[in-house]
Design a protein around this ligand. Structure first.
Ligand code: URA
Length: 257
């Protein structure tokens, strides 16, 4: 084979990816579920049913069908971190016409259609990832990722040490105990009448922080996510965002526990 041909073959091979990876990156199923679908003969490539797990395909060229659904051709992957302001919903559309995170990104000139990874409440602010990388989103939202999320929270009154310890060791929400969390007073701000705390959790259940403090009879007055894994919101003002570097995305896909 001549050198140019060898180069072309090598290039074509680098464009090939395992089917389960393509399916999970498209957000159609987790990798494990995708493997199951392949074994069950529910995946085809260019009209040919595939049952072997090591099979590779080109996500830009091949026609891949999973359980009757076409896998969209892969475009460039993009992940950004946004400083979600208070008064904005973490969705693409809002039937009530409120400001959405998608319109915030659009306004600032970002054309790609990105989806929020998890949610921050309307009245919460802080770090929100937005991505079209289904594999990253699936991983971060899975319990296996155990990605630490750090929040600053202002309460209507101080927590006793015993109450703090009880919350830290886990309480039952929706019939299931929360994973252990860490709560620490936030320096001088913790001495105010309405004190601030920092809480670190490794899961993201519905309104989890607010509901945990409400269990101890506290109202959450302000809630801000300041860190997610190794990412920090520090340099972004509310409404600002930045692209994540490929290395940051790679690091986020590694288990955090
Ligand atoms: N926990 C909450 O209660 N709200 C958020 O927005 C995030 C975590």
């Amino acid at each position: 084979m001549i050198a140019a041909e060898r180069g072309r073959v090598a290039e074509a091979q680098t464009l090939l990816e395992r089917l389960q990876k393509i399916i999970s990156e498209a957000g159609l199923a987790s990798r494990r579920k995708a493997e199951e679908l392949i074994r069950q003969g529910r995946v085809s490539v260019n009209g040919v049913t595939v049952t072997e797990l090591g099979t590779k395909a080109n996500p830009d060229r091949d026609r891949i069908v999973v359980a009757g659904r076409n896998v969209p051709r892969a475009g460039p992957r993009l992940t950004v971190m946004l400083h979600k302001p208070v008064g904005c919903v973490s969705t693409l559309h809002d039937p009530e016409g409120r400001l959405t995170v998608a319109s915030l990104l659009r306004r600032s000139g970002l054309k790609a259609r990105l989806y929020p990874v998890g949610r921050l409440d309307y009245y919460s602010s802080g770090l929100l990832l937005m991505t079209n990388d289904g594999e990253l989103a699936n991983f971060l939202m899975s319990r296996a990722s155990a990605v630490p999320r750090v929040y600053q929270v202002k309460l209507d009154s101080a927590l006793e040490t015993a109450e703090r310890k009880r919350l830290e060791s886990g309480i039952v929400l929706d019939g299931r105990k929360t994973e252990p969390v860490r709560i620490r007073p936030l320096g001088a701000l913790s001495e105010r009448k309405k004190p601030w705390y920092e809480i670190t959790l490794v899961e993201g259940r519905y309104h989890q922080v607010r509901r945990m403090f409400e269990r101890r009879g506290r109202q959450v007055i302000k809630l801000k996510r300041v860190r997610l894994a190794f990412l920090s919101i520090e340099r972004l003002a509310p409404g600002e965002w930045r692209r994540l570097a490929p290395l940051e995305v790679k690091r986020l896909k590694e288990p955090h526990a």
